[in-house]
Ligand binder design. Sequence first.
Ligand code: URA
Length: 244
Amino acid sequence: MKSKHSRLDRFINKHSHFSLSDTRLLIAQGRILVDSQPAHSIRQRIGEFSTVVLDGLYLQDRQPVYLMFNKPKGCVCATKDNKHKTVLDFLEHPQKQELHIVGRLDFNSTGLVLLTNDGAWSRKLSLPETKLNKIYRVVLAKAITEAELASYQKAFSEGMYFGYEGVQTKPAVLELINPNTALVTLVEGKYHQVKRMFGRFDNEVLELHRLSVGHIALDEDLQEGDARELSKTESALDSRVRRS
Ligand code: URA
């Protein structure tokens, strides 16, 4: 199988008019940046989506793709499923077979799903240390009264112990839009997390819609089942990963 990495000198030679042997000098002159750091060796490994900048110009092997998808109910966040439609079945993108999903939603959840072929980007978004806010709008079976709200909020912000995984959930924020509709902000994505948190109050989640992931908000003009490319600003992650 063809390696997805190449040496820096070969990469520079392939993507510019400089020869293999010029690379050493370019490095010494500090003219090459790899992933925002000065290059240090002609043997440095360059991945598919490494950003290599030579004299201020970006050189790249393959076009990265970043999409937002407005997931409808009854579709699986997977690339293949024998029974149900998957997110990929909705896409018409020419590179769709290369894409993977960043942060799944349950079968009947709706809203923002991100897809990419850039593994470094999705890893960065998903790292627990990144603690990216994910905001969900939740419709509940039982109304939350003013009197009950404080105990819900306390439990969400203190975190709940999930015995199955043996973990305490990270502080979450709960706000009410109306007695049956809440906004929940999480910084992680445990299995069925929102449903399980309301489950502690014996309150069933009837609808769950993801509105945003970090600074990337679901485009209100995007119809259910449609996808669009992220803008440069949306896909840009600075060193801290932008927060919402
Ligand atoms: N929490 C859930 O319970 N379901 C989702 O789809 C997302 C978060």
